[in-house]
Design a protein around this ligand. Structure first.
Ligand code: SF4
Ligand code: SF4
Length: 192
């Protein structure tokens, strides 16, 4: 259990998750990881140090460059099985929460594709626009892409999003489940 908590803790941060994903196809130096994660060099360096402390990556120095690679094979296994079909154990399709793109407004900037860590969007180069390909991969309660979209082209089915999420929390007893998870992670020790 502690082992899994360590890995999930490492992957619970969006920057760390992007770093790990960038290393799935092999070792890279920091200068290659920075553009792939679209984060600043200091941010990437801080998160790489955390990942190394958690035993998720290993580094080696070559001249003036530092190279990183995945150190834990379990991480690769977990990522390859990432499954967003459930939300707190409930079939995700029971919840009408996903982004909708107004094609007329979309300028094709690609921001939604870049910031969503769940593969909800894909870029259609022919149309020069983004498309929603995996709507139910969207994390219930997240509306980041709507906030980031410079063209205000993204909306969600629910008008009152807060009320909708709160009603789900009540309906499925999520607050009690969250508390249970927090207590379990405390037992595992917080290394952040
Ligand atoms: S962020 Fe908005 S404007 Fe940019 S590609 Fe996505 S939907 Fe289109
Ligand atoms: S709301 Fe969040 S999880 Fe859903 S598509 Fe947008 S960025 Fe991705």
């Amino acid at each position: 259990m502690k082992e899994m908590l360590r890995i999930f803790k490492a992957l619970s941060d969006e920057t760390r998750l992007k770093i790990v994903e960038s290393l799935l196809d092999g070792e890279k130096c920091v200068c290659e990881i920075v553009p792939l994660t679209k984060r600043s060099q200091p941010t990437v360096s801080i998160q790489l140090a955390k990942l190394e402390n958690l035993g998720i990556v290993k580094s080696r120095r070559e001249g003036r460059s530092v190279y990183y690679r995945l150190a834990d094979p379990k991480v690769r296994k977990i990522l390859s099985k990432a499954d967003f079909s459930k939300w707190w154990g409930i079939d995700r399709k029971e919840m009408e929460w996903y982004p909708i793109i107004d094609e007329e407004k979309c300028t094709g900037c690609g921001m939604c594709v870049a910031i969503c860590g769940r593969g909800v969007f894909e870029f259609d180069a022919r149309k020069n626009k983004s498309e929603v390909r995996n709507p139910y991969n969207c994390m219930v309660g997240c509306d980041n892409c709507g906030v980031y979209c410079p063209a205000e082209a993204i909306s969600f089915p629910q008008k009152n999003r807060r009320e909708f999420v709160q009603s789900l929390l009540k309906k499925y007893g999520i607050v009690a489940k969250a508390r249970e998870n927090v207590m379990l992670s405390m037992e595992g020790g917080d290394e952040r």
